[in-house]
Design a protein around this ligand. Structure first.
Ligand code: HEC
Length: 222
């Protein structure tokens, strides 16, 4: 376009004057030079505009790298100080065991009708029930089983997005499960069983079996 209009200027608008034609050629060359400079400028500014995008795309890889750091079932840390956590429920009677449940402070901040917050830890300490000399389960004055030694510690913990790691069809919100021996070593168990049995509680109870009981009894002395 520019080419043609300039050439038109040279050949038509100034047909009689060679001097004018030469001036126009110089003007044309000057215009072309400026155009080259502008092209270069545009190319560099385009590049500088692209650099932040390249930066962003490499940054957007960080969250996916982080998701690899999210724990899966069996990978939770043993909450060593769990018995300093607020009580969830104590002295749950099973045919051959007694269970004490704890919840960390983050979890204890929950109110009924709401899910537990990210960072909540629920712990179930499972004690074997004591047997008397005849091999019968011992009972206390309230006819309750008596705790013998700690057998296992079951843990559920939730974190933002952790549920993505859960097997399809067994997603219990963002809860992850782990089972430990009394000394904190990991137990090798089938975690699908934990999920299977907690799943029916559904979202309304946040997949927690003793959800209602906790909120009803919370604040009462144990
Ligand atoms: C057969 C069903 C079943 C299986 C399997 C099961 N649970 Fe539970 N879980 C329960 C019940 C029922 C409770 C309520 C306490 C009680 O009655 O013993 C409970 C309670 C808990 C609690 C306390 C919070 C709550 O839901 O009340 C934790 C933590 C827990 N289970 C972790 C686990 C882990 C970890 C596994 C797998 C290693 C697991 N559970 C497997 C039935 C199950």
């Amino acid at each position: 376009m520019i080419n043609r209009s300039i050439i038109h200027d040279i050949t038509h608008r100034t047909p009689g004057s060679t001097r004018l034609a030469f001036t126009n050629i110089f003007l044309y060359l000057e215009k072309m030079r400026r155009l080259q400079v502008m092209k270069k400028l545009m190319a560099t500014s385009l590049l500088s505009m692209l650099i932040p995008f390249i930066g962003c795309s490499s940054m957007s890889m960080t969250p996916s790298a982080q998701s690899d750091d999210m724990p899966k079932d069996g990978e939770l840390m043993f909450p060593k100080d769990y018995n300093t956590f607020p009580t969830f429920l104590k002295g749950i009677q099973k045919p051959d065991a007694v269970r004490d449940l704890y919840i960390n402070q983050t979890g204890a901040n929950a109110s009924q009708g709401m899910p537990f917050a990210d960072g909540s830890i629920l712990v179930m300490a499972i004690y074997n029930a004591e047997k008397d000399m005849n091999g019968e389960f011992a009972k206390d004055a309230q006819d309750n089983l008596v705790k013998d030694h700690l057998a296992k510690v079951f843990v559920m913990q939730k974190g933002k997005g952790w549920g993505k790691q859960a097997p399809m069809g067994l997603k219990n919100g963002d809860w992850i499960y782990s089972a430990f021996k009394a000394n904190g070593e990991r137990l090798d168990v089938d975690y699908k069983a934990c999920r299977d049995c907690h799943l029916p509680l559904g979202q309304s109870k946040d997949y927690v079996h003793r959800y209602d009981e906790y909120f009803e009894k919370r604040g009462h002395a144990y």
